[in-house]
Ligand binder design. Sequence first.
Ligand code: GRF
Length: 222
Amino acid sequence: MELRRIAVLISGTGTNLQALMDATRSGRVPARIVLVLSDRAQARGLERAARAGLPTAVISPKAFESRQAFDQALDDRLRAAGAELVCLAGFMRVLGRELVEAWAGRMLNIHPSLLPAFPGLEVHERVLEAGMPVSGCTVHFVTPEVDAGPVIVQGIAPVLPGDTPERLQARVLEVEHRAYPRALDLVVRGRVRIEDERVVVRDERPGERLVLHPLLARWMEP
Ligand code: GRF
């Protein structure tokens, strides 16, 4: 199978990037990361990429007069790398409509809640304040409205007694690292299409779009 060319956009630690690197390197997901791009030179994820010998780039918004000019530079870089798909993985900038529409159906994002619940920032704080017994993550296609595109895969993690935002975040991250490769796999194998703003998966097996945190999986065993 031909390997699809992926660009990963990051701003921070890059643990999701790591999960995607591991899944593509091992051949579990038939894709190749051709560029890791950050808007921040200090992003720790850049070191992970460089250690793995992947091409990296930094495009800082500070170097541009407008968001449009920044978006254009980003788009140019993605195309120069021959990227076919873009994975936002903790990329902390909102992209403009034009760029998002140019990559419609080819740009994925991961968000640390069960969308459409809890879009935006400070997710884990709000989940705890709301007294939710479960949380999780969502991998979705990017649309101009933030955290609102068609859902590809969701991961579910329990909220546990005594949780702090930090503890919950760590537990949700574990499930993110399973959900993102799963979603990317469905997309690169050409099994996903968008119909009426929803994801439809060809030959979908029950539960294929759902990833459970290991604790939940264990509790659910007969
Ligand atoms: C993740 O929680 C992701 O859902 C959110 O930003 C965080 C990035 O973490 N969009 P990492 O850089 O992948 O470790």
